[in-house]
Design a protein around this ligand. Structure first.
Ligand SMILES: Cc1cc2nc3c(=O)[nH]c(=O)nc-3n(C[C@H](O)[C@H](O)[C@H](O)COP(=O)(O)OP(=O)(O)OC[C@H]3O[C@@H](n4cnc5c(N)ncnc54)[C@H](O)[C@@H]3O)c2cc1C
Length: 321
């Protein structure tokens, strides 16, 4: 049996951030992830200045591709505009591995299946024993499943279904575009160029709503990619999207049960308007780490529910997207 003070299940942005903060406080911890890093994580890879700030990232010394946009292009059915704002793109394949490595944490490749409690300690798969358990395993987090599922059932109406693809592409348009309400999608579609000749395109929408209307992601995807080809934005690429789902933020009241805490997508914290999940994953992880270090309270009252107000912090709207 391997004894450690804190086991963090999941080494994505939530898990690595929690590990980074706990490590700085000298806490003995272990990260378990079923994947070997670098690993693929479906994600557009848009990050905000707040994420850069919270992670104390020095953009100049970031060792991988990092791209900054000075505006976002919003497209509606009959209305386009650009919003001046500073936003960034990274590739999750690189970013997550960088953060996990930077955390300095011991990382073990292991798929967590069974969690038991004995004498106030958690036993994981009869192999690891810890006082604190942090669930950072994303949508399918085993800590959520084993400890929190009945305490905090997920709200199905907030489930987002997505389709996306990231690939090497010699893009010409180096700006970020977002399409809303296209063909009735209850969500939006994106075109996010990345540094070093990559691009991410995708779309996401409320799963329950699409199901009720008999709409399929594949149909939205076909319409969207035809639009990209028609605008000469993406051409001559074999498109094979992959799907994934995650949850927008609802009333998540139970995020701690004794010494078990959940963070990031394991809770379901993506912003209600834009489905931004990296920022809330990082922020919840910082709060959970503080709660463990100080033996204090863990709550998410400080976490913003919406992303768009952040776009308004500087500059103004202007037409002509
Ligand atoms: C298509 C798509 C596009 C998105 N675009 C954006 C975007 O542009 N910007 C943004 O801010 N957010 C975006 N999001 C949301 C964002 O990706 C997530 O909110 C974010 O990754 C959450 O981080 P996390 O660390 O909580 O979980 P994850 O990044 O999912 O990490 C969880 C980790 O846990 C591990 N794990 C899972 N189960 C187990 C197990 N049983 N045992 C051990 N390890 C396990 C996994 O291998 C994984 O490494 C997008 C999501 C999708 C699906």
């Amino acid at each position: 049996m391997h004894d450690v003070d804190v086991v963090i299940v999941g080494g994505g942005p939530a898990g690595s951030t929690c590990a980074w903060k706990l490590g700085q406080a000298g806490i003995d911890l272990l990260v378990l992830d079923m994947a070997t890093f670098p690993r693929t994580k479906l994600c557009a890879g848009w990050i905000t200045p707040e994420v850069v700030n919270d992670l104390e990232l020095d953009i100049k010394s970031y060792p991988h591709g990092f791209m900054s946009f000075d505006k976002l292009h919003f497209h509606f059915n009959h209305f386009d505009f650009a919003k001046k704002t500073t936003q960034h793109s990274i590739r999750r394949f690189e970013f997550d591995e960088f953060l996990l490595r930077r955390s300095g944490a011991r990382v073990q490749q292991h798929q967590v299946k069974k969690i038991e409690k004995q004498d106030g300690l958690f036993i994981i798969d009869d192999l690891y024993r810890c006082k604190y358990l942090v669930g950072a395993g994303g949508t399918r987090c085993p800590v959520y499943r084993e400890v929190f599922h009945d305490l905090q059932p997920r709200n199905k109406s907030l489930q987002i279904a997505t389709y996306e693809q990231e690939f090497p592409y010699d893009w010409e348009d180096d700006e970020c575009h977002l399409w809303f309400l296209g063909d009735g999608l209850p969500g939006y579609a994106w075109y996010v160029p990345k540094a070093n000749g990559h691009i991410n395109i995708g779309l996401g929408g409320k799963a329950e709503k699409m199901k009720a209307e008999g709409r399929r992601l594949q149909n939205f995807w076909d319409g969207f990619t035809a639009k990209l080809a028609g605008n000469a934005m993406v051409n001559d690429v074999e498109l094979k999207p992959t799907g994934y789902s995650y949850y927008l933020r609802g009333n998540v009241d139970v995020i701690r049960d004794g010494n078990a805490l959940i963070v990031g997508d394991a809770v379901g914290l993506a912003s209600i308007d834009m489905g931004e999940g990296i920022g809330p994953a990082v922020q919840s992880a910082l709060l959970a780490a503080d709660a463990i270090v100080d033996d204090g309270e863990y709550n998410l009252k400080k976490l913003a529910r919406f992303s768009v107000p952040g776009f308004f912090r500087n500059r103004s709207w202007f037409p002509g997207a």
